[in-house]
Design a protein around this ligand. Structure first.
Ligand code: ZN
Length: 310
């Protein structure tokens, strides 16, 4: 069976029918099957190899991060509609009884929970910046991570997930160093996607900033070419899906967390992110739901170190 040709609902149903994903009752929060995960891990291994060329340091963060840091990077001003923060019960026995009563009566109970020190991580690179505070070694640093991220955008469209993994690399150094690195990764990313026989293209892009003020921020981001994306048709030929992004932040994060280069100047940062599930869905859309039937060169790229699937 081949992947549905650009019909979002059919593509979703095909992913489910082939046990690549499992619905959980909440849009955008489906489970992943073994074959889906195998492709995702193999793709991430290819990114490991590319990251090793940069001698990137590996880090791993949980899917939650400090709410203070989220406030410091001003995420809530720019993307309040996408954020998720953690609330937990901190009441006494009387409050616990009230909670039980409300649950029994199917009443609203969220008000009995208090905001905690945690937020769901909305961008894979945010947790790393505070740890880079201080003076960088000569040549800066490069960090590599695979983190779960959350976006409050429930949708039946399979590429618009509420929780997904991003393979992200962060470069911190002088402005020249980070811009050259970001542009190099845009080319690397495009070569990788093309070698997987995906019909990829690149575009100047902007983030989904909230509201009227956000439109100005997005226009500014485009004018300064701060963000590029690699797009592949997954649910529409006309509106291809952004699978990877390549971003320069100037000194925004370095300023907030006091990250400095050897000469004492505030550093610059850049990040590149591969939306792993979106890349995997692009493979299923382009080559069909059964990896055993994918083009030989794609299978060699992904599974060259083990026996082919039977
Ligand atoms: Zn990032």
């Amino acid at each position: 069976m081949s992947a549905a040709d650009f019909d979002s609902a059919q593509f979703y149903d095909g992913l489910v029918a082939n046990r690549l994903i499992q619905p959980t009752g909440v849009d955008g929060a489906f489970g992943r099957g073994g074959v889906f995960e195998d492709v995702l891990e193999r793709l991430n291994c290819l990114l490991d190899e590319l990251a090793a060329q940069d001698r990137a340091e590996k880090m791993t963060f949980p899917p939650v991060m400090s709410r203070d840091v989220l406030e410091q990077v001003e995420y809530l001003e720019s993307f309040p509609h996408l954020a998720g923060v953690v609330h937990s019960f901190e009441g006494d026995e009387a409050k616990a009884r009230e909670l039980t009563d409300r649950l029994k009566n199917k009443g609203k109970w969220g008000g009995l929970f208090e905001q905690t020190a945690l937020a769901l991580t909305p961008a894979a690179c945010y947790p790393v910046y505070p740890s880079l505070a201080g003076t960088l070694p000569r040549g800066g640093r490069t960090i590599s991570m695979t983190n779960w991220v959350f976006r409050n955008e429930p949708s039946k469209e399979p590429t618009r997930m509420q929780a997904f993994r991003v393979r992200e690399l962060v470069r911190v150094g002088s402005q020249d160093e980070v811009v050259v690195w970001r542009d190099q990764w845009l080319q690397r990313g495009l070569r990788l996607m093309t070698s997987l026989r995906l019909p990829a293209s690149t575009e100047v892009a902007s983030d989904p900033f909230f509201g009227r003020g956000g439109r100005f921020l997005a226009a500014n981001q485009r004018d300064l070419k701060l963000k590029f994306e690699i797009l592949v048709p997954v649910i529409s030929a006309k509106h291809p899906t952004a699978c990877c992004s390549f971003n320069c932040h100037h000194d925004k994060f370095a300023q907030k967390f006091d990250i400095r280069t050897q000469d004492g100047a505030i550093a610059n940062t850049a990040c590149v992110g591969f939306g792993l599930e979106r890349c995997v869905m692009a493979l299923f859309q382009t080559h069909g739901f059964d990896p055993a039937k994918w083009p030989e060169e794609v299978r060699l790229m992904l599974w060259k170190r083990s026996a082919p699937l039977s």
